[in-house]
Design a protein around this ligand. Structure first.
Ligand SMILES: *Cc1c(COP(=O)(O)O)cnc(C)c1O
Length: 234
């Protein structure tokens, strides 16, 4: 059943790629990040067995509990807001941190990466929808932060992450994703770096729009695994 759900998501991604009206610098290959939050650890085993390698979790603690009971495997992405006091655990347990939303958190991640002798991959989260309660750099703060990134030698900025607003009219997300693509292009040109290669946009309710607008990573949970179980405690 998971295999069928993956095939369905992949087919919709392929259709969205075919609908693109212009080529995107993010390329024509879209990675499915399997968002396993609020599902038991066994779901990750099933996901890896189906051939997906990228695992998304939104809480450091939950990911640590799952990693403790699973054999090593998969690439782990943190997609939820990160507090400074969890920075070290995040660097220890995640291959990619997608939710970097301030220079302050970068200070803490840099320090942790030095201590752990690691080069930490990150994405910069941008609040393109301008929602007050959402985290992410405001678009103007994102652009102002780019010249500061050279101060973090143990942080490798791989791209941009965007969450669209929740809406009953999915077309309303299109300008948000288009803005994310523009900011990704701006970042890549500003840093002149081949390492900038990931534009993470789109979830179960809007991932095909995100792909049309240039996403090359989509973060999908419910479409693969069904409803989350919020009674699970980690
Ligand atoms: C939970 C979550 C997702 C996946 O949500 P679905 O609607 O289940 O696909 C994607 N991105 C982030 C940041 C999330 O927190």
């Amino acid at each position: 059943m998971l295999q069928d759900n993956i095939a369905t998501v992949q087919a919709r991604i392929n259709e969205a790629l075919a609908r693109r009206t212009e080529p995107k610098i993010t390329g024509n290959t879209v990675t499915i990040l399997a968002v396993t939050k609020n599902h038991p650890a066994s779901v990750i085993t099933d996901t890896l067995a189906c051939g997906l390698t990228e695992i998304g979790e939104n809480r450091v603690q939950e990911a640590m509990h799952k990693q403790a009971v699973l054999p090593a495997g998969g690439h782990w992405h943190l997609i939820g807001h990160l507090q400074t006091n969890k920075a070290k655990h995040a660097v220890e347990h995640f291959d990619m941190i997608e939710s970097v939303d301030s220079l302050k958190i970068l200070d803490h991640l840099e320090k942790a990466a030095v201590e752990l002798g690691k080069m930490q991959d990150v994405l910069l989260q941008i609040n393109e929808a301008g929602e007050e309660q959402k985290s992410g750099f405001a678009p103007e703060d994102f652009r102002a932060a780019i010249p500061e990134l050279k101060n973090y030698p143990h942080i490798r900025v791989r791209g941009v992450m965007v969450i669209a607003q929740a809406t009953d009219h999915v077309e309303e997300t299109r300008p948000v994703f288009a803005a994310g693509y523009k900011d990704f292009v701006y970042l890549k040109e500003a840093l002149k770096s081949d390492a900038v290669d990931t534009l993470s946009m789109g979830m179960t309710h809007d991932y095909w729009i995100a792909v049309e607008e240039g996403a090359n990573e989509v973060r999908v949970g419910s479409a693969l695994f069904g409803a989350r179980d919020y009674s699970l405690k980690f």
